[in-house]
Design a protein around this ligand. Structure first.
Ligand SMILES: C[S@@+](CC[C@H](N)C(=O)[O-])C[C@H]1O[C@@H](n2cnc3c(N)ncnc32)[C@H](O)[C@@H]1O
Length: 265
């Protein structure tokens, strides 16, 4: 018999993984402009349908939506419960949420401009707390503990299962060093470490919308890898022209894991 290996410190491993990816936390201002991008809701309808189909709101009175954005989920949830508390650190996102609230004439969503790291003691605990696509934070263990502590019954998150299809191929083509960001195995393990029993489901992968023209592909590559050199731009243009398959570029988003657990009450 050999000795058991030492236990894995998932919180530290997550931080090391982020470091290896060259991750830097985004300021709230980086999200401000995104709220006003046209078609945000239309582009994300399949995602929200898949999320809401899995969210159990039976007998639920109140929901906390952390990293709510312009309210893709807060609004439909508000139609099914008495009160929603919608929290985001981006003023632009909350302006988008307020506009959506006014358009829909909804009276039961309370916006809070706060970050994962701020003091949430003024925000009431809710029956259910959710964090949809909003957990790329420097301290994941702390964020999960915070979400858990603010939920009387259940908490629910979505977390990427891996990079978008095609992202690795693009990195290889451009000869960029690239490490995929941490995936859903981290929150699953951290929740087990917290004594919770996470249940995992997987949302369908969104189909690529249509052929991308080369300008779209260049823009997508710059969003992923930063500014491209003239040589890199040329090799991307050649690649785009080489096959109809390449015209789709990387998937518009990744596959999301839907993870929920019962909290301590
Ligand atoms: C991809 S959007 C998701 C919005 C919405 N939950 C959804 O699924 O459509 C991520 C949101 O998380 C918010 N966010 C990111 N980091 C945050 C942080 N540290 N504290 C609070 N909100 C944050 C952003 O402002 C943005 O609105």
């Amino acid at each position: 018999m050999t000795a058991l290996p030492p236990p894995i410190d998932h919180a530290t491993r997550y931080r090391q993984h982020l470091q290896a990816c060259g991750y830097a936390p985004k300021p709230a201002s980086a999200w401000d402009a995104r709220a006003t991008q046209p078609g945000w809701k239309r582009r994300h309808d399949d995602y929200s349908d898949a999320f809401l189909a899995r969210l159990d709101l039976d007998g639920v009175d109140s929901v906390l939506d952390v990293g709510c954005g312009p309210g893709l989920l807060s609004l439909p949830i508000a139609a099914r419960v008495r009160q929603v508390h919608a929290l985001d650190y981006s003023r632009g996102m909350l302006d988008g949420l307020r506009a959506a609230i006014a358009r829909a004439g909804v009276g039961n969503i309370q916006p809070w401009q706060l970050s994962w790291e701020d003091d949430w003691s003024a925000v009431p605990r809710c029956d259910v707390a959710i964090a949809s696509r909003s957990l790329m934070v420097p301290d994941l263990a702390q964020a999960l503990a915070k979400l858990d502590a603010h939920a009387r019954r259940r908490a629910c998150i979505t977390f990427a299962t891996g990079p978008r299809t095609g992202a690795g191929e693009l990195a290889a083509l451009l000869r960029r060093t690239w490490a995929p960001m941490p995936d859903h195995r981290y929150p699953v393990n951290l929740l087990l470490d917290m004594g919770r029993l996470p249940r995992v489901d997987y949302l369908p992968v969104p189909a690529p919308a249509a052929d991308k023209d080369v300008a779209d592909l260049l823009q997508q590559a710059e969003a992923m890898f930063g500014e491209l050199t003239a040589t890199e731009r040329q090799s991307l243009c050649d690649w785009h022209a080489a096959s109809p398959d390449n015209r789709l570029g990387p998937a518009p988003t990744c596959r999301w894991a839907f993870i929920w657990w019962e909290t301590a009450g």
